[in-house]
Design a protein around this ligand. Structure first.
Ligand SMILES: Nc1ncnc2c1ncn2[C@@H]1O[C@H](COP(=O)(O)OP(=O)(O)OP(=O)(O)O)[C@@H](O)[C@H]1O
Length: 240
């Protein structure tokens, strides 16, 4: 772990009304690592992403990104600092073309996405770049969402079940894509993923959340050998 992690959460608490969802979580994420964020449904994983992206303000604790406290900053400001968030049901704009969708996050910055690089990562998208997003399959639309997040040239990519409901061929693509991205760019990735085999395959490190607390952290290899933690907090394929 470095002295200056890209992202650092320190004793962070989050509530929805009186519902105390995150009960003092502390963890770091460094550039160039893929961190799987695991735990049963409803334990607060997506809520953690909402805090980091500014969609929700922590009641207590500190979120530091690139050595700056970002608690309570506006989502668009945090986005401009290099945080991108892709959810499972990411909505691409159906009436825009693939190319227009990918360009969206860069419009206000007056820069061009690196289409060549993105199409090399997602060859299907080159083929369909002039098609309306609505005409693509669910898996291809998910690729557009990930390409759109990458077009903004993020330093931290937060993926929330990026392959949920997708065909095996897309799952394999996402897995090899993450390998490639973190080896070619200064990028940290956090991934919420219920398929534990996939999570362990793509991640260097794992955080396990239960009842709003980080109950275990370690390398993917360590978790793969720790049946007790898997059974207790993640379960078969992570379903409660
Ligand atoms: N907008 C909201 N208002 C009120 N309660 C919410 C809201 N969003 C989430 N919750 C509750 O907060 C808790 C944590 O939800 P969260 O979505 O962060 O869990 P998760 O670990 O991401 O689960 P999943 O794997 O099902 O996505 C759950 O009990 C959920 O019902």
């Amino acid at each position: 772990m470095s002295d200056h992690p890209l992202l650092q959460l320190d004793d962070v608490h989050a509530y929805y009304g009186d519902h105390h969802v995150l009960d003092g979580i502390t963890f770091d994420v460094d550039t160039d690592e893929v961190v799987a964020y695991l735990g049963r449904n409803g334990t607060g994983k997506t809520t953690t992403y909402k805090l980091v992206t500014g969609l929700l303000e922590p009641r207590r604790g500190t979120i530091t990104y690139k050595d700056e406290v970002i608690n309570g900053q506006e989502p668009h400001k945090i986005g401009r600092k290099g945080v991108s968030f892709v959810t499972a049901d990411e909505k691409v704009f159906p009436h825009l073309t693939v190319r227009e969708n990918i360009r969206l996050p860069t419009l206000e910055r007056d820069v061009e996405p690196d289409f060549e690089y993105l199409y090399e990562l997602f060859p299907d998208l080159r083929e369909y770049e002039r098609s309306r997003a609505a005409d693509l399959s669910g898996g291809q639309q998910q690729m557009v969402a990930i390409a759109q997040a990458l077009a903004a040239d993020p330093d931290l990519l937060l993926l929330d079940e990026p392959v949920q409901g997708l065909a095996v061929q897309f799952v394999e693509k996402v897995s090899s894509l993450l390998d490639r991205l973190t080896s070619e760019q200064d990028l940290a990735v956090m991934i919420i993923e219920h398929d534990i085999d996939l999570a362990l395959e793509v991640a260097d490190r794992v955080l396990v959340l239960d009842e709003g607390q980080i109950v275990w952290q370690g390398s993917s290899e360590e978790l793969a050998e720790n049946d007790e933690i898997i059974d207790r907090y993640i379960g078969v394929q992570g379903f409660a």
